[in-house]
Design a protein around this ligand. Structure first.
Ligand SMILES: O=c1[nH]c(=O)c2[nH]c(=O)[nH]c2[nH]1
Length: 292
């Protein structure tokens, strides 16, 4: 029997980066969380502690901040591609890089040049993988919280001895969408694509009459793939944020779908992938990312 080192990567996680750019008195603030991970010929440090091939995670952190100064960050996908390609092309033992970037939004306080209000928890995300001269981009969003107050039913499920859930033809449907979509290619107008995909997902959530959150998930992914040829696959993770009608009969009150208890947990967790059957090979695009 031999014991060997399996897959590994290392880097600096969650570098918090904020940039201020100035157009005269008018400032723009951008806010990012950047994680770098490097892969390659890294047996020595694990097996003997020889660090000759280990670009320090501290250096990786410094590179993120220096790159943000040396050229405009631009779209997160482009910034991640620049960082990943830099590490792979300048460090001989490093054959691959995974760069994760989340962008947190700040909106201008109306009428103010340099004051901003946080855009909420929603984040735009990217996960860029560089392997030698190849690169894959998986972008997405997290914490996009949506609710519809009708247009959602859930019935027709099996009733076993433990089933108590009442069937419903009119319920609140609410979720917090985490989506990741895999692009085919890297020469893409990232900002336009992101805006269109987000808007397609919102419109589909709103318009699709839902018989299950699973059906809504599939419809959202399908709508993105039908409209956006640059996308090969969409993975969605959608918690069912249950809203239970409160029983007010003890108070002599009838509740006609008006008063709800918004449960925090447990929640149904509906996850899935929607993809083209002729999509380009995913390579290492998803490696070490959460399944959904
Ligand atoms: O849309 C739903 N899908 C389920 O699988 C499920 N299960 C459940 O209890 N409620 C719901 N709602």
């Amino acid at each position: 029997m031999a014991i060997v080192l399996g897959p590994n990567q290392y880097g600096k996680a969650e570098n918090r980066l904020v940039t201020v750019t100035r157009d005269g008195a008018v400032h723009t603030v951008r806010d990012f969380t950047v994680s770098t991970s490097l892969r390659g010929d890294l047996e020595d440090t694990h097996l003997t502690g020889d660090n000759a091939k280990v670009l320090a995670t501290d250096t990786q952190k410094n590179t993120v901040y220096a790159f943000a100064k040396q050229a405009p960050v631009g779209e997160i996908e482009d910034f991640a591609l620049r960082l990943g390609r830099h590490f792979v092309s300048t460090q001989e033992p490093i054959s691959g890089a995974r760069i994760l970037i989340d962008e947190h939004s700040w909106q201008r306080i109306e009428g103010h040049d340099h004051a901003f209000v946080a855009g909420g928890d929603e984040k735009r995300t990217t996960a860029v993988t560089v392997e030698g001269s190849r690169a894959w981009v998986v972008s997405g969003l997290t914490d996009l919280v949506v609710l519809k107050s009708t247009g959602s039913e859930f019935h027709g499920y099996p009733r076993d001895p433990y089933t108590t859930l009442r069937e419903t033809t009119d319920r609140i449907l609410a979720t917090s969408v985490t989506a990741r979509w895999r692009y085919q290619g890297t020469g893409i107008d990232w900002a336009t694509s992101f805006g269109e995909i987000r808007s397609i997902m919102l419109r589909t959530f709103a318009a699709k009459h839902s018989l299950s959150l699973q059906q809504t998930l599939y419809a959202m992914g399908e709508a993105v793939l039908r409209a956006r040829p640059e996308v090969a696959e969409v993975r969605l993770s959608m918690p069912n944020k249950h809203h239970f009608e409160v029983d007010l009969s003890a108070f002599g009150l009838e509740n006609h779908n008006e008063v709800f208890y918004a449960a925090d947990r447990p929640y149904g967790l509906i996850e899935g992938s929607v993809l083209r059957d002729d999509a380009e090979d995913a390579g290492s695009a998803w490696l070490t990312l959460p399944a959904f």
